[in-house]
Design a protein around this ligand. Structure first.
Ligand SMILES: [Zn+2]
Length: 425
């Protein structure tokens, strides 16, 4: 995380405020503006941790705040510690500690041994704006608290940020869900990760997600999530990225499109290529259509790129999907409360029935893609390549970027789709 001090703004400040609240040092508004109240809470936190109380969040302070960024404490066992005592001290349960430490023997804890102790709040924040830095903390937190989750990297963005993957389940059917091809649709990242956390917790406790047994779902399927295809774009739209050459280049591109608000209207990757117009499914036709509409070069949206898969983010999705050969895919976008399910005349077997069930469970409409957006998308390519069910879900209603305050309402409708997607085949 960057250094934060009085006057700092943006998602990193929202996360700092959230962490100070979680740690019990304030009831700060998570408004992303580092003012006197945030500074006061930060100074109190620093004093409590034996740090210099300068009110500036630099490296040491961020490190001390890690438990409240990631959702767990790494506790070194001392004489007299037990799961029960640690649970009481950190406000969690002995069951949650056992879950996070499958190798530890509660009756025989070794002094000096480190245990992961989950803290009493969900890992995935759903009330603040996101950044790639937060995404990294969340991936660390989820894999620590739920050790049966596998976290990996499928590639890097233009700016070198990790394109994360997260896998759970042991079934034979490979299922792939992805989110945030489009920068100003970043709310799909916490939506997908909230589903992952709910599913992991239900799997561990023998519970259900939308009425379906998590253990049964994950006995039949192996689910891989790509939570953010476009992390550079996320940082641009949420205001985490506001300086440097990449920012200025994007700003220059946007200047040619005065009708598109900057950065709120930005869908593309940081170089102005639309990542969901990059796939080899009649890419040339997509190019003709978009060029005919006036977008022939890098733009905030709708530029197909100089060639298919020229953007590293789309290339990574393509390579990863090819290697995985999933039986079903869902791509999360916003907005419209609509589910797209076929590619041209190509209707994979069973795809309509599954789509109708998605629609029935969520209240979203099953629909055909508008003509001008019919080619070169991830779903287009996936369906054409394998003739297997692939869906685009346009979650939520309103104007992109949908505000994070819409989160709960969107998730309620999306959860049944994501759960049923594991059971459908
Ligand atoms: Zn989209």
């Amino acid at each position: 995380m960057r250094i934060l001090r009085m006057g700092s703004t943006g998602p990193a400040v929202e996360l700092l405020q959230l962490a100070l609240n979680r740690a019990g040092f304030g009831a700060l508004a998570t408004d992303g503006i580092f003012g006197p109240k945030t500074e006061g809470a930060l100074r109190r936190f620093q004093t409590s941790r034996g740090l210099v109380s300068d009110g500036i969040a630099g490296r040491d302070t961020h490190r001390a705040l890690l438990p409240w960024y990631t959702g767990y404490v790494l506790h070194r066992i001392e004489r007299g510690d037990s799961f029960w005592k640690l649970a009481e001290r950190y406000g969690t349960t002995a069951e949650n500690i056992a879950l996070a430490n499958p190798g530890a023997q509660p009756e025989n804890l070794q002094i000096g041994e480190s245990l992961v102790v989950p803290l009493p709040f969900p890992v995935v924040p759903t009330k603040i704006n996101w950044s790639a830095a937060l995404l990294e903390y969340v991936m660390r937190g989820l894999s620590a608290r739920y050790p049966f989750l596998q976290v990996g990297e499928i590639g890097r963005s233009v700016m070198g940020k990790t394109l994360w993957s997260l896998t759970l389940g042991e079934g034979e059917r490979e299922i792939l869900y992805n989110a945030e091809h489009h920068a100003n649709e970043w709310i799909t990242t916490p939506l997908l990760l909230t589903f992952a956390e709910e599913l992991a917790a239900a799997f561990a406790s023998g519970g259900t997600v939308d009425g379906l047994s998590a253990q049964e779902l994950l006995a039949g399927a192996r689910l891989t999530l790509i939570p953010a295809v476009n992390p550079d774009g996320m940082d641009l739209v949420t205001g985490e990225l506001r300086q440097g050459e990449f920012y200025r280049a994007a700003q220059n591109i946007a200047n040619a499109y005065p009708d598109i608000p900057f950065p709120d209207g930005w869908k593309a990757n940081i170089r102005g290529t639309d990542l969901n117009l990059q796939y080899p499914a009649e890419w040339e036709r997509a190019k003709e259509i978009k060029c005919g509409l006036g977008v022939c070069s890098p733009a905030p949206a709708d530029y197909v790129g100089p060639a298919p898969l020229s953007a590293p983010e789309s290339r990574a999705m393509y390579d990863y999907t090819l290697a995985l050969s999933p039986a079903l895919t869902i791509s999360l976008h916003t907005q419209g409360e609509v589910i797209y399910w076929r590619y041209g005349e190509c209707e994979p077997e069973g795809a309509r029935e599954i789509g109708e069930e998605f629609a029935r469970r969520s209240g979203y409409a099953l629909a055909d893609v508008p003509g001008e957006s019919s080619f070169a998308g991830y779903r287009d390519w996936f369906i054409e390549r394998w003739e297997r069910p692939g869906y685009t879900v346009e979650a939520g209603l309103g104007q992109n970027p949908l505000p994070i305050t819409d989160f709960d309402g969107i998730y309620e409708k999306l959860r049944p789709i994501l759960a049923y997607g594991l059971a459908a085949l």
